[in-house]
Design a protein around this ligand. Sequence first.
Ligand code: UT7
Length: 323
Amino acid sequence: MMFRSQIVGCGAYLPERIVTNEELATRLDTSDAWIRQRTGIGQRRIAADGELTSDLAYHAARQALERAGMNGNDLDLLVLATATPDETFPATAVKVQARLGMTRGAAFDVQAVCSGFIFALAVADNALRLGQARTALVIGAETFSRILDWQDRGTCVLFGDGAGALLLNAVSESGPMQRGILSTHLHSDGRQHDILYVDGGPSSTRETGYLRMQGREVFRQAVHHLSSVVDEALAANGLAPSDIDWLVPHQANTRIIEAVGRKLGLDAEKTVLTIERHANTSAASIPLALDEAVRDGRIRPGHIVLMEALGGGLTWGASIARW
Ligand code: UT7
């Protein structure tokens, strides 16, 4: 029997501390005007000292479970997307597993940087479809503030910390109007490693390292690859851009999101934007945006939701869901 992954809840968590562009401009050669015009970012949240990726992930996960009236023991799969794990090993996911009281099944991390949520969603969706698990939690959680070079104005102004979670339940597949994840599409190109990477790690420098990026080149690649993977996702489901109720993109740069929207011919009002307040939270940006749009009533049951992301690797992907 084949199953489908139905969406049963979502949750989000943002650290308390808000850092505005103005605050950054007091210690860096930058300005609120530059950051807003080039990126759409107005502020970001930064995790407190001692507040770890697993803490952010736990709070988002707890909220998703509570809203669905479930607890950790209802889960048999936990997939956590992060590029900023608490420790080199074990996976951050197992710390979250323990705190949630989840004692069955398996928990592990997926590493695809800013595309991580789409990759983790694909892993969980495939497991549910095949009957390998029945209830899965997909989390995107990051503390990019810990891997930023705070002297480099070209990168440190772009990112923020946060976490979001999506709860999925396997239901048996029947009929054409079923709700749930319709498809996932994943890509990577390792030849593009050097345009967005962290210059450290346990096997190379033995230090954590800092994020390095050739912004202009990443921008160019992002518009190209995101447009193509969105076309692929639409075609796989026999959908036209006008069928999309909500575009929930990875929030890296408003100009990238708009360029992809224009290429697609999507109504700009159908795009969920959180970048002004969250900045780029890497794997957390899509589930944070989903949570916001579900809570404020924009995304409603039956809506067609298109998600897309690109990140270091390069990696990129898309998914379409009927909410
Ligand atoms: O989520 C992962 C994927 N990441 C992305 O998608 C990021 C993609 N890239 C971008 O979003 C953009 O390339 C950036 C926002 C990073 C940069 O925007 P840009 O329009 O490509 O600017 P640029 O890097 O070409 O820099 C233009 C100028 C430079 O000065 P000169 O050489 O023209 O004198 C930079 O030094 O802006 C300068 N600059 C800044 N000025 C004020 C760079 N960063 C800053 C800053 N404040 N924070």
